[in-house]
Design a protein around this ligand. Structure first.
Ligand code: KG4
Ligand code: ZN
Length: 403
């Protein structure tokens, strides 16, 4: 089965085509994926100016980028062929895309010139994310589903992150019960999976998400958006240099480290950095911090985050006797986090640890294709038939939850 997937939940416009086969619990034909094409246009440089993602701008960029990305993706996968006879596109398309005039214009210019590609289903991110951004992808997917008469499956972005490691590792590596730690710009949660398609949230942040904390702390020490990679770079330098300690006390708290639950809190840590930065500036009597001090703050912040994530994850693993730990979300692109969590899979612990490749840690469309295939199998198990027009009524849901 060939799956075209579309992701526009935040500041990346992404489209991919996967070939998927296999079924749950089928040893002779386990689920497998092959990436036929995978493309992404990042808007980071555009949002940098604003120090964060600006939803109206994200929406506009998605509208502009989707058709060029689709063109390239179909070409990369050799699935597009020019159409010999111009095909009229019905009025419904103009209605579906009426809120995306730029996308509509590009759509009407390109789509009638190509044959219907040899894909079987279309999947698109329904949420969570920024609703104006989500809607562009959804309306685009609905329009394609209608002109090409292909079934359309809405996908939860967090299920995508959870399954992203399957882009490069075998499904047989996942044994239940499994625990997933999802760490992204908007989410920090621990999920218990007793079986395929069964997600139970057993812990979550009570305030800021980890990625959000990285981004906000970065801003406090004048690093550009997105802050995660910037903080991580400085922390890595500091780890290598291991400069002698300064006369300043750069220690940060580990909020909720020893609480009896599986929840997190990062806003206190963020506020502690704010006061630390204020006090340090006062002490050195300057309006900016020298790079050596920024490096130390970055390292201490990263260490605090990792200690908290590790402790709560280990607690969850023990509590549920988990056989697999799955990581997902943009923050898993962090080298130190990857290293520290990989250590949990020492041979004697009998724990398999799955971490997505960096390119599939941050937002991408491959993970939406994988989660889409899971949805498809699930619908088939329930005996539901998929029709292009049947599912067209769904809306973007900025707060869509996993369970
Ligand atoms: O999953 P993602 O791409 O988008 C959301 O669904 O939110 O995650 C983006 C988040 C941002 O907060 C970004 O700063 C963080 O992931 N991030 C990192 C790193 N790379 C991206 N955080 C820490 N270290 C990194 N290397
Ligand atoms: Zn994401």
């Amino acid at each position: 089965m060939k799956i075209l997937s579309i992701e526009t939940s935040c500041d990346e416009t992404a489209i991919s085509i996967l070939e998927a086969e296999g079924d749950f619990y089928n040893e002779d034909n386990p689920i497998k994926f092959k990436i036929l094409a995978n493309n992404l246009i990042s808007q980071i440089d555009i949002h940098k100016e604003y120090g964060g993602v600006f939803p109206a701008l994200a929406k506009r960029e998605h509208s502009k980028n989707l058709i060029p990305l689709l063109t390239k993706t179909l070409k990369d996968s050799s699935l597009s062929a020019p159409r010999s006879k111009y095909k009229d596109i019905n009025d419904d398309i103009s209605k579906i895309l009426e809120r995306e005039p730029e996308l509509l214009k590009l759509f009407l210019k390109y789509i009638p010139t190509i044959e219907i590609p040899d894909i079987d289903i279309i999947t698109v991110t329904q949420g969570p994310g920024l609703e104006p951004a989500l809607w562009v992808g959804i309306n685009f997917a609905k329009a394609l589903s209608l002109v090409w008469d292909k079934p359309l499956i809405p996908v939860n972005h967090m299920e995508g992150h959870l399954l992203a490691s399957l882009a490069s590792s075998k499904i047989e590596n996942i044994e239940f019960p499994a625990i997933a730690l999802l760490i992204s710009g908007g989410h920090t949660e621990l999920i218990l999976m007793k079986d395929w398609n069964k997600y139970e949230k057993i812990g979550q942040t009570r305030d800021d998400a980890v990625g959000e904390a990285f981004d906000k702390v970065a801003r406090m020490i004048d690093l550009p958006y997105p802050g995660g990679p910037e903080i991580s770079k400085l922390a890595e330098i500091e780890r290598i240099l291991s400069n002698p300690t300064t006369k300043f006390d750069i220690s940060l708290p580990r909020p909720m480290l020893n609480t009896n639950d599986l929840d997190f809190s990062f806003s206190g840590l963020k506020t502690a950095v704010l006061y630390l930065v204020k006090n340090l500036k006062k002490e050195i009597n300057q309006d900016y911090l020298p790079i050596e001090i920024k490096q130390k703050i970055a390292l201490e912040f990263e260490n605090a985050v990792i200690e908290i994530l590790l402790k709560k994850t280990q607690k969850a693993l023990q509590q549920y006797n988990a056989k697999t730990l799955i990581l997902g979300g943009g923050v898993t692109a962090n080298n130190q986090i990857r290293k520290e969590f990989q250590k949990l899979s020492a041979p004697r612990s009998k724990l398999e640890v799955l971490i997505p490749e960096k390119e599939f840690s941050t937002d991408n469309a491959v993970m939406i294709g994988i989660a889409g295939y899971f949805r498809y199998l699930n619908l088939s198990i329930k005996g539901e038939k998929l029709f292009a027009t049947k599912i067209l009524e769904f809306s973007a849901d900025g707060n869509l939850s996993l369970n």
